[in-house]
Design a binder for this molecule. Structure first.
Ligand SMILES: [Zn+2]
Ligand SMILES: [Zn+2]
Length: 350
């Protein structure tokens, strides 16, 4: 069986590995699709907190159950061979003060498949505990469903965002996270959604998923202020542009990942005088099953969001393309033998 392996910081190889064997209450999953995101580049570059090398990357995964460990077919999360599934990559200690106060996403011993010390899904088959494995409907597109993991992060983002019906929402960044947050906004009660991206090509995707108001600069929009402003870029320029556009009594959310040592400037007087809330959001908290439900109800237009699929052998090429900001969501499909462009080729999408 073939696997992508991050052998050490900056060292990427494709290696032959033994077939995985499921332990108690684990299953083996044959990988369908794995999304690539900024986290994968941070892991390879040694910038992700706590990564233990060597590590198989891949935390946005779907696939088909092919083997069951003892007890995996029992209990509320019972699985069967042949089930299509999406996998929550997070595991938490259940013992620390944060876990014991309902903040498992901030667990002091947090472990993520493909990012910390458990192998991820950029391999032909992988094991996962049944508690992390969510069954999909048989008619759900198992490749597009790899967007469920980032969608679970977006749902947690909305969970922690104080909001009201009829809010006007402004989103910075028309990448995967911005597009997911913007598509969820009407579901969260927004009266209007505006999306900003300095790259006009990315706004084409926003149009294709149905975001009505799109600009390369918020200054060009038909409003001057918004109840909710969400940064999905991590760019200091976007953050400094967006915070002053929050209406009095409104909310600014940091969703994008800024560099760990970066600082941004804002007016404390303005935050005080106009009761502006600033909130952060981190990963997934009890939102994975709800992400499956929202995905399967059609809340997200997934097809225009995914532009390319790559074989395991072309993983390095996929990462180069990601770093260059090319394409839309890039996926690795470890059991397919050709890398392909998925957009603009009707009938050739599988
Ligand atoms: Zn990710
Ligand atoms: Zn914990």
């Amino acid at each position: 069986m073939r696997a992508v392996v991050f052998a050490a910081v900056g060292e990427l190889t494709v290696a032959e590995r033994p077939e995985p064997v499921p332990g108690p209450r684990e299953v083996v999953i044959e990988t369908a699709a794995v999304g690539i995101c900024g986290t994968d580049t941070h892991v390879l570059d040694g910038e992700f907190e706590g990564t233990v090398f060597p590590l198989v990357p891949g935390h946005e995964a779907t696939g088909t159950v092919v083997a069951l460990g003892p007890g995996a077919d029992e209990g509320p999360s019972a699985l069967a061979v042949g089930d299509h599934v999406a996998v929550n990559p997070s595991s938490t200690c259940g013992e620390c003060d944060l876990c014991l106060t309902g903040r498992q996403n901030l667990c002091r011993a947090w472990n993520g498949m493909g990012v910390v010390r458990a192998d991820g899904a950029a391999q032909q088959r992988f094991t996962a505990p049944v508690a992390n494995v969510f069954k999909l409907r048989p008619d759900t597109d198992v490749f597009e469903a790899a967007l469920i993991e980032p969608l679970a992060c977006a749902i947690h983002g909305w969970d922690v965002l104080p909001r009201r019906m009829a809010d006007h929402v402004l989103v910075y960044g028309s990448g995967t996270m911005g597009l997911l947050m913007a598509q969820l906004a009407p579901r969260a009660g927004a009266a209007s959604v505006t999306i900003i991206d300095v790259n006009p090509d990315r706004l084409v995707t926003a149009a294709e998923v149905g975001i009505e108001h799109r600009y390369t600069s918020a200054g060009d929009a038909d409003r001057a202020e918004w109840d909710v402003v969400i940064d999905c870029t991590g760019s200091i320029a976007a953050i400094e542009d967006g915070l002053p556009r929050v209406m009095a009594g409104g909310v600014f959310q940091h969703f994008g990942v800024a560099p760990a040592d970066a600082t941004a400037r804002y007016s404390p007087f303005r935050v005080y005088r106009d009761e502006v809330s600033v909130v952060g959001t981190m990963a997934v908290l009890n939102s994975f099953g709800r992400a499956v439900a929202m995905f399967e109800t059609g809340a997200i237009k997934a097809q225009p969001m995914i532009s390319h699929s790559f074989t395991l052998e072309d993983y390095a090429q996929a990462l180069r393309m990601f770093r260059a900001g090319q394409g839309r969501k890039l996926q690795v499909r470890p059991n397919q033998d050709t890398s392909r462009t998925l957009l603009g080729q009707p009938g050739q999408r599988r």
